[in-house]
Design a protein around this ligand. Structure first.
Ligand code: DQA
Length: 147
């Protein structure tokens, strides 16, 4: 099983940015954490991070036919990007949305999520653990929905 994990803008600044919200672990730490989870689950994982909306759209399009699932934290684009929503709809690869923080306990403009309209699950407020939950959920989802 092959998964692509996509992280959006400013997530490369984990460990530096707003530690009171996102914690002190780095982006590299996040990749090691997810790699360990995927190794234990025998999932082949690739990572993509970008601060650019179009680059994320390109990465989703390029995933077509190559991946069984997508875990995506679109970061700030969660609340603005119809283009990322449309890309996820176009490829129809099962996707789980993750947010490190609880977006519903933050500013009102973070309460709406475009990708939640197409993702099979949304996980928020669980820190890095949310990515583990996403991987495990997606694995079961893909196995159950295989033709
Ligand atoms: C985030 C929440 C977003 O509102 C914010 O813009 C981010 C990170 C999270 O992981 O909690 O950059 O997606």
């Amino acid at each position: 099983m092959r998964f692509l994990v996509i992280n959006g803008p400013n997530l490369n600044m984990l460990g530096i940015r707003e530690k009171n919200i996102y914690g002190s672990e780095t982006y590299e730490g996040l990749l090691s954490f997810i790699s360990e989870v995927c190794k234990a689950e025998q999932i082949d994982v690739s990572f993509f991070q970008s601060n650019h909306e179009g680059a994320i759209v390109d990465a989703i399009q390029e995933a077509y036919g190559k991946y069984d699932g997508i875990v995506i934290n679109p970061a700030a684009y969660t609340h603005t990007s119809v283009a990322i929503l449309d890309a996820l709809k176009a490829v129809m690869i099962p996707a789980v949305e993750v947010h490190i923080s609880n977006i519903f306990e933050r500013e009102k403009f973070r309460h709406f999520s475009y990708p939640s309209l197409v993702c099979v699950k949304s996980i928020y407020g669980k820190g890095f653990e949310g990515y583990r939950e996403a991987i495990l959920f997606l694995k079961d989802y893909v196995l159950e929905n295989k033709a």
